[in-house]
Design a binder for this molecule. Sequence first.
Ligand SMILES: [Fe+2]
Length: 294
Amino acid sequence: MPGVFHSVVRWDDPKEAAIFRAEFAAGSRGRRPGPGVTICRYDPASYPLAALITELLVEKGILAAADAARLDDLTQLHRFVAPELTVLGPAGANEVARSFFETNPAFVETYHRLVRDVLAPAVAQGDCLFQRTPTIRFHFAHEQGFIGQPRYHNDLMLGHPPQCINTWLPLCRTRGDSAMRIASLETSIELLESVDLDFGRFVHLVQNDAAFRQRCHDSSAPVELDYGQFVAFDSRCIHAPQHNVSDLTRVSLECRLVPLEDYAAMRLSYRGTGQRRMPFTRGGYYHESSALSL
Ligand SMILES: [Fe+2]
């Protein structure tokens, strides 16, 4: 259910655990030095992701064409979508988000250009592998179905490699509760070291220990951005979606990158902790083409 975690990674084999600790300590080599969270920009006129999402909403029958014409921006989407489609379900996603595993050729073409021309040079600072199917999330205003506590986590807990760099692009402005919260890399590492990198213990404390949860809250801040801005962050950074009780719907896109040199040097087989045990491999979770060869 929303607010409750999927299973998290455990490295039980002592050799693998030692390698994981070394890879965790090293992170990605491709990243610019910095606090772990960097705000970047792109030009929405060249990469009109919000308009393409709106077209897809119409194509999928979620939004009437007449309503699409009345929609000022995606923050107001909740006014035009059937409420039952907006309720968070057991995996923390709603019907609308679930329908966006499939997009269309125009969206894919723009996504690929964005990866090649913006994300790879600005974030990976060179060629990289990238998430084949971007994660598109919808957190509707006055969100229904949110149960439990904010899921503070990092993506390593879900099986992603420490060499991964996350990019998070809201497709409309985010303010207050409509924004994701994130902690700096330094603070995130302190939080993780306080549980000796035991991810199971971390998520248990987040769900059951109000003081620990408050520490995560106090260590993090909402990522308040405008359309055209995005954040790149170290995959070790602790972050969480919030229960969106604001008046603003948030639609966002996530793309995870791994610089090619990091991928070549990876010493463990990383897999997702979900039912599909998705391998974080080239041709698996990552597209078979590198960003610059698209
Ligand atoms: Fe995450």
